[in-house]
Design a protein around this ligand. Sequence first.
Ligand code: 1HN
Length: 347
Amino acid sequence: MDGSNTHPGLQSLYAEMEPHSLYPLWEVLHGLVTPTPQSAAAPHLWSYAPARDYLLRAGDLITAEQAERRVLILENPALRGTSAAVPSLYAGLQLILPGEIAPAHRHSQCALRFVMEGDGAHTAVDGERAVMRPFDLVLTPNWQWHDHGNETTKPMIWLDGLDVPTVRHFETSFAERLPESAQAQAVEDDQSYWLYGRGLRPFRGSTADRRPARQPLFHYPYQDWRESLAMLARSAAPDPHLGHALEFNNPADGGPIMPTIAAHVRLVPAGFRTQPRRATDGTVFVVVEGAGSATIDGRMFTLHERDIFVLPSWNELVLQADTELVLFGFSDRAAQEKLSLFREHRA
Ligand code: 1HN
């Protein structure tokens, strides 16, 4: 290592081996097994307004049906060509115009939607519609049929978060289309929110217990999480490194919302500055309310409502709230915890 491999025979040995696909580990070991994570991703912020303008322009040129999904990929500038926001996760902004349908399909990838604007369009999952309101979280866990529709009079835009790069890494992608563009409505809108999202569930094994046992809930309304966050902010001092933070959980097991993706919201009180924290989970954040800044490994990003920013693995984050700051974030922590890889460091 480090230029000490100077025997004159080594370079010609490497040259002889190379056509046989054989390489010396000792030349690359220190780059493979690093003392701390060295993310290939860069911290980055997308301002909402210009991204929205491009998306609406795309809306004039291609329909949701033609595109299958009309989405602008939020690709990390350091990961060009990979469709990734962080190496394990994808993020994009999706537009559904009034009257449009994004046709029904299912795939191995897990997806979440976080509503950026518009009110009342829907995602249907296995025949059940979640009616989507601003800053709601809606899931389509893997291999569940899903389509989207907008029967309102205004455009609907949401952030898509998927584990596309993770599924690509494992080479496990399957996908199917339904012959019809929208699924038949099987039950009342948001039935599973009422039956599984309120500390109750249908009696196990009863005919009403129709949702998948591993994750029955797919709609986490803004109104609920925002009230809970306000309650937390009233009742306790902020965590020095996080502010007030609540995780979204899967009622089936109390764990993260999906096998690969975890999501949370946090509130940083006006004037509060968080202590520096690093974690191994690359995270995509949405600014839901307020203004302030995120300083990521010393680079400061000014935050405005609906901006989206990326925190790469093991980069240090400091949040400064000028006004009360509310963030939504999703990350690969769910997968990392299963693989016993997750770590954090609080300075
Ligand atoms: C997908 O299925 C959706 O269902 C959105 O709305 C974005 C990005 C990559 C792969 C599948 C959707 C997607 C996607």
